[in-house]
Design a protein around this ligand. Structure first.
Ligand SMILES: [Fe+2]
Ligand SMILES: [Fe+2]
Length: 283
């Protein structure tokens, strides 16, 4: 699977970001919270892979790493704009973003192999979240079409490059017991840190949204979306556990058929080509 860097642009100027999701402001806040983690998180993935770039000799994997970096850079750019619009609409995106940045900067002081194990753990999250979003369109169906397209694009590209960082890790760490223990313990720690960081960040995003107040019924509905049959959390439990199989590989779950959708999306949202200034031609 060779990922492709695509330059897509999503114009969020007219989107009410506090309530863009058809399920209402709480699911909007949940996905907005995820967005706050992306720009610096994805820069961290790139940073952790770059330590090992020179040790990759397989030309295919080298190309995949370059494409991975290109895709994550594009995601970061679009989520940065998304987050700036959250701030413009009165949500504390900049403050929360700075706090997330500080955590990620601290992670950059860890040994390189630990940084890479964190990256592949988080890439496992983005892959299984992405798969869920694509398999269960009801999470996002009927929502603002531009936001739907943006999240689908991100989910599709996370699927496309889901094995790249993992293959780099396997190449540099080998199939040793140490490699297994490091990657699985990283997933356990990261799951705790990541889910609690999302919960506390979302709580502050919800509190800051003065336009929407939530009663027990709203929270119960949100809990049902997370844990019920749609299962924004329940749906990732089994794929999360797969990571503990000693021979696990991200493409064991072969969902490449979903990538059929990506070309149409890429055409519809392609960034406009830079306009060249007309050249005056002498008569
Ligand atoms: Fe991404
Ligand atoms: Fe990714």
């Amino acid at each position: 699977m060779m990922p492709i860097r695509r330059d897509l642009k999503f114009d969020l100027a007219d989107v009410d970001l506090k309530c863009w999701n058809a399920h209402g402001p709480l699911l909007s806040a949940y996905m907005n919270t995820l967005s706050l983690f992306f720009p610096d998180g994805e820069r961290f993935f790139i940073h952790s892979l770059r330590h090992y770039r020179d040790r990759i000799t397989d030309p295919e994997l080298k190309k995949q790493v370059t494409a991975f970096i290109g895709q994550e850079a594009m995601h970061g750019r679009e989520h940065e704009e998304y987050n700036a619009r959250l701030e413009a609409q009165g949500l504390p995106a900049a403050t929360l973003g700075r706090e997330i940045f500080a955590i990620i900067e601290a992670a950059k002081k860890l040994p390189h192999e630990v940084q890479l194990s964190i990256t592949i753990a988080l890439e496992h999250f983005t892959a299984i979240y992405g798969d869920l979003l694509l398999r269960k369109p009801e999470i996002i169906e009927g929502s603002n079409p531009t936001m739907t397209a943006m999240w689908r694009w991100h989910a599709l590209e996370e699927t496309e490059h889901k094995a790249v960082a993992y293959d780099v890790y396997s190449t540099v760490m080998g199939k040793t017991l140490k490699a297994y223990l490091l990657r699985t313990s990283a997933l356990v720690v990261i799951t705790g840190v990541f889910l609690s960081a999302i919960a506390s960040t979302m709580a502050r995003m919800v509190k800051a949204d003065a336009e929407h107040r939530h009663g027990m019924r709203d929270w119960a509905k949100f809990g049902w979306l997370m844990l019920g049959p749609v299962g924004a959390l329940r749906g990732i439990a089994l794929p999360w556990l797969d990571y503990f199989k000693p021979g696990f590989h991200p493409w064991d779950h072969d969902n490449r058929q979903v990538l059929d959708q990506i070309d149409a999306l890429a055409v519809q949202y392609a960034a406009p080509a830079r306009r060249l200034e007309p050249v005056a031609v002498a008569a």
